[in-house]
Design a protein. Structure first.
Length: 251
């Protein structure tokens, strides 16, 4: 049984006071984590303070990125080992903004996925798709190849710790994919995991949809059989809206 998952990606937004104020505003209003797992991924520089502030709350705090080496001469990078030492559970890997603006390749994504797992954390692997790729008839679907490449060298027992987010960049910050388009992408990802590993593993992996999710379109998305949750950017920045998203099944 996969627990529904609502994950916020704050991206490069909020100062430390704003982040801590957000935690105060959601305090005591979150669903129990065995009903809906909730997560806020924020800038690494204030993860520690957020972890402390949210310690007694069911919401988890995650990172938006890490480097693939644990330590060394990599000025300005964020060590996965250091992030794990804070007690962080989840790390977003391979977000389309990282792939597009910072030229992260499938190989880098794979290295980061393995670094996150090696340090006892859980990766949320984002796979992208442009409208051009969606409409082309390439033999190997773009989404499929990103999943296969991201999971190279990952053992089946670790694969169950992974979450995959289908985030077509044509739907980020613009108009969301329809629930059926989102379902098609998530279904394809689950089939790919079954092909790479097996059906039991594919049944355990949670698959999220991301791209212009709001309280108004969330229910239709989450009703789809292959969609276990949502990864939310803009709409997650407002505490009241975030509460609506995580308490979607209490409406
Ligand atoms: O990680 C989140 C996605 O980039 C979606 O962002 P958005 O909800 O602002 O479209």
């Amino acid at each position: 049984m996969r627990v529904p998952f609502v994950a916020a990606n704050w991206k490069m937004n909020k100062t430390l006071p704003e982040a801590l104020d957000f935690i105060e505003q959601i305090r005591g209003k979150l669903p129990a984590e065995n009903n809906v797992e909730s997560l806020i991924c924020a800038q690494s520089l204030f993860l520690s303070q957020m972890m402390t502030a949210a310690d007694a709350e069911p919401v988890k705090i995650g990172a938006e990125n890490v480097f693939w080496e644990d330590a060394g001469a990599f000025t300005g990078e964020t060590s996965p080992k250091a992030v794990a030492s804070l007690g962080v559970n989840y790390v977003l890997i391979g977000h389309s903004e990282r792939r597009n603006y910072f030229r992260e390749t499938d190989e880098m994504v794979n290295n980061k996925v393995r670094a996150v797992l090696r340090n006892g954390m859980k990766p949320i692997i984002c796979v992208d798709e442009t409208m051009g790729q969606r409409e082309s008839n390439e033999k190997v679907h773009w989404v499929v190849s990103q999943v296969i490449e991201a999971l190279k060298g990952v053992k089946a027992e670790d694969a169950a710790k992974i979450t995959i987010a289908y985030e077509p960049s044509w739907a980020i910050g613009t108009a969301a994919a329809s629930a059926q388009q989102a379902e098609d992408g998530c279904y394809l990802i689950r089939q790919t995991i079954a092909d790479v590993y097996n059906d039991a593993c594919a049944e355990q992996v949670r698959i999220l949809y991301g791209g212009s999710v709001k309280p108004s379109n969330q229910a239709a998305l989450m009703a789809m059989p292959s969609i276990d949750g949502v990864l939310v950017g803009d709409a997650s920045l407002d505490p009241e809206t975030f509460l609506e998203l995580v308490n979607y099944d209490a409406k």
